[in-house]
Design a binder for this molecule. Structure first.
Ligand SMILES: Cc1cc2nc3c(=O)[nH]c(=O)nc-3n(C[C@H](O)[C@H](O)[C@H](O)COP(=O)(O)OP(=O)(O)OC[C@H]3O[C@@H](n4cnc5c(N)ncnc54)[C@H](O)[C@@H]3O)c2cc1C
Length: 358
């Protein structure tokens, strides 16, 4: 597989280009898995200015792909059309700055950054030791290992955008300067509320609302043991379904964009709270009980219970049927109720008692 050679045309349009431009260059050698076809053009810029020059003069129709050390890439046999950029020498500086910061080029292997941090006694970057990529790939993939992640260490990144402009992206908290990482709030909050359609509607109950139900079951085995002892083992299960959950029917779908009231399904309202049969709960317990008859009417009892309760309801506690009362707090995300479920309880209880029968 070979692509039409656009190398001469690019060179003619960009006479000041200094980096290497190679047409139909195989990418297999540049990835960990050693497979795949060629890049239509592989460009290895000399430095940031060279990269910026190429991107500023490259027709927007030509696709651009950036690769690092290729440890997270499988290249298709058909190759990659357009320009593939691989950052090398001009992006491999590593500088320990005053305080606890390291400034590193994107082509520096993660392991080198971990080592530089170790030598400078800077904590928090040792997780990079085990990741076989370079820093550009770590940023793109949010590389992490041993409980550490790139997002927690990144303070700011300098990059070149598709139009060749040099940009700085900050991840620093404006007050403390510490790294922070957050998505914009995608859902309604009091501060994102708009004035048009600002009134809440509550509380709707669907006409097909059904009574919540619970099914319980148990299995008990009892056995007499030598030495005046008896053992009882019980398994208890309970499934609750059609439980009440309050949802906001005007919720926008979650995403990485900030809350946008224009996406509300019902523009004339703010929140539309509705009580729905969407809750479920699941309780499982194993109970063991040992009884021993002692002399003089006394008996000794020891029991142990393992229990867990997984549920996605809770919080709805109506105290009356007056209209216009908020019956419960709406769940965070009605589009993924499974994620709303959490442990409502996980118990391990032991009890010992000495009982006297007079
Ligand atoms: C044996 C093995 C072990 C691994 N262990 C881990 C691990 O413990 N933790 C972990 O998180 N990952 C791990 N990985 C996955 C991989 O190493 C990481 O995702 C790594 O961060 C990729 O970096 P890279 O330089 O190889 O990027 P590449 O694989 O070359 O590229 C990955 C992505 O990043 C983009 N990219 C790369 N450089 C840049 C740049 N300069 N600018 C913009 N975009 C860029 C590419 O376009 C691509 O989308 C492992 C992989 C292997 C093969």
């Amino acid at each position: 597989m070979t692509f039409p050679d656009i190398g001469p045309d690019l060179k003619a349009r960009m006479p000041q280009l200094r980096g290497r431009l190679l047409a139909n260059q195989s990418l297999a050698e540049l990835t960990w898995f050693r497979v795949g076809g060629p890049a239509q053009v592989l460009f290895m810029p000399e430095d940031e200015a060279d990269l910026s020059y190429l991107l500023a003069h490259l027709s927007p129709d030509i696709p651009v792909t950036v690769i690092g050390l290729g440890s997270n890439l499988i290249i298709r046999d058909g190759g990659v059309p357009g320009v593939v950029i691989r950052l090398g020498r001009g992006f491999s500086d590593i500088v320990v700055e005053e305080g606890t910061r390291i400034r590193t080029g994107t082509a520096v292997p993660d392991v080198k950054v971990a080592r530089a941090a170790q030598e400078a006694a800077i904590a928090g970057l040792s997780f990079l030791r085990g990741i076989p990529g370079a820093i550009g790939g770590a940023l793109r993939m949010n590389g992490g290992a041993y409980g550490g992640e790139t997002k927690d260490a990144l303070v700011s990144a300098r990059g070149v955008d598709r139009a060749g402009r040099i940009r700085t992206y900050t991840n620093a908290d404006p007050v403390s300067g510490a790294p922070r990482y957050q998505f914009p709030a995608p859902f309604y909050t009091a501060t994102t509320q708009q004035f048009i359609g600002a009134s809440d509607f509550y509380q709707n109950t669907p006409t097909n609302y059904r009574d919540p139900q619970t099914a319980q079951w148990n299995l008990t085995v009892e056995r007499e043991l030598p030495g005046n002892m008896a053992l009882r083992v019980s398994y208890v299960g309970m499934n609750s379904y059609r439980m009440n959950l309050t949802v906001d029917l005007n919720q926008t779908r979650p995403g990485t964009q900030p809350y946008n009231p224009a996406l509300k399904p019902y523009q004339n309202w703010n929140r539309i709270l509705s009580s729905e049969n969407l809750g479920f709960g699941n309780y499982q317990a194993l109970q063991t009980e040992l009884n021993r008859r002692l002399s003089k009417g006394l008996s000794f009892q020891a029991s142990y219970t393992w229990a867990k309760n997984l549920a996605n309801y809770g919080g709805d506690a109506p105290s009356g049927f007056a209209p216009e009362v908020i019956y419960g707090t709406a769940v965070n995300d009605r589009f993924s109720l499974q994620n709303e479920s959490r442990q409502r309880g996980r118990d391990q209880k032991a009890a010992f008692s000495l009982i006297g029968n007079l």
